[in-house]
Design a protein around this ligand. Structure first.
Ligand SMILES: C[S@@+](CC[C@H](N)C(=O)[O-])C[C@H]1O[C@@H](n2cnc3c(N)ncnc32)[C@H](O)[C@@H]1O
Length: 206
């Protein structure tokens, strides 16, 4: 099954609160963005945002330039419906991040929770990092959260990569200065535990 078909099936057969990655609020992501002192006029993209409520909370915080990109149109439709009229304040992009045509040097913050770890080939990871390099402004913040080295080996039935903070940072390399990392123990709706690692970096070169 193609990746898009997989994700459309997930989002048309499961409620947002049933998927294993569900968080009522993306607390750690919000904390990292708030603590970095990102201005409300900053352009923020949530890559593979799915039905995450991060966009709701960022809107409530007063962020004005938000983009949510996902492979699944169904996921974006669900997020838009939840937001109602506020959805019009967000740019919604249905695309594969590896192929998406993103504006150059446009984003002050790139956020990805649980998408990069699905890239199991070097080619895919290289294409992803090239997107970050071209789309994020120099000095921009890059937050990428994946399963940690002691996290699950599959997610949504698909194989995933697992990373320590230094391994994850190494995938991005020298153009990205590692500002810090956090581990998170995520409780799934079914009661399981998943270990995540969040790396936050500053893009220092193009
Ligand atoms: C595990 S979910 C995480 C969703 C969200 N980031 C969260 O934390 O709730 C992975 C998401 O990435 C999306 N996705 C997977 N591969 C993608 C790709 N190549 N380009 C864009 N989105 C992708 C899926 O549709 C799904 O919404």
């Amino acid at each position: 099954m193609k990746a898009k078909d997989h994700w459309e099936k997930v989002y048309t057969t499961k409620a947002p609160t049933e998927v294993s990655w569900f968080q009522e609020h993306a607390q750690l992501s919000l904390k990292l963005i708030r603590d970095a002192g990102v201005s409300h006029s900053a352009s923020i993209i949530d890559v593979g945002g799915g039905t995450s409520t991060l966009v709701d909370d960022l809107l409530a915080d007063g962020y004005e330039h938000l983009t949510v990109l996902d492979l699944s149109g169904s996921a974006l439709a669900t997020a838009k419906a939840r937001l109602g009229a506020r959805a019009a304040q967000v740019r919604w992009v249905e695309a594969d991040i590896l192929k998406a045509e993103l504006p150059a040097q446009a984003y002050d913050v790139w956020h990805d929770r649980a998408v990069f770890h699905f890239l199991t080939t070097e080619e895919e990871r290289h294409a992803y990092v090239q997107k970050v390099l071209s789309a994020v402004r120099p000095g921009g913040l890059v937050i990428v959260a994946t399963f940690a080295e002691d996290g699950p080996t599959i997610c949504s039935g698909l194989p995933v990569m697992r990373y320590s903070a230094s391994e994850l940072h190494a995938e991005f390399g020298e153009p990205f200065q590692l500002l810090g990392h956090e581990r998170e123990s995520h409780r799934t709706p079914a009661g399981g535990e998943q270990k995540f690692v969040y790396c936050f970096c500053r893009k220092v070169a193009s």
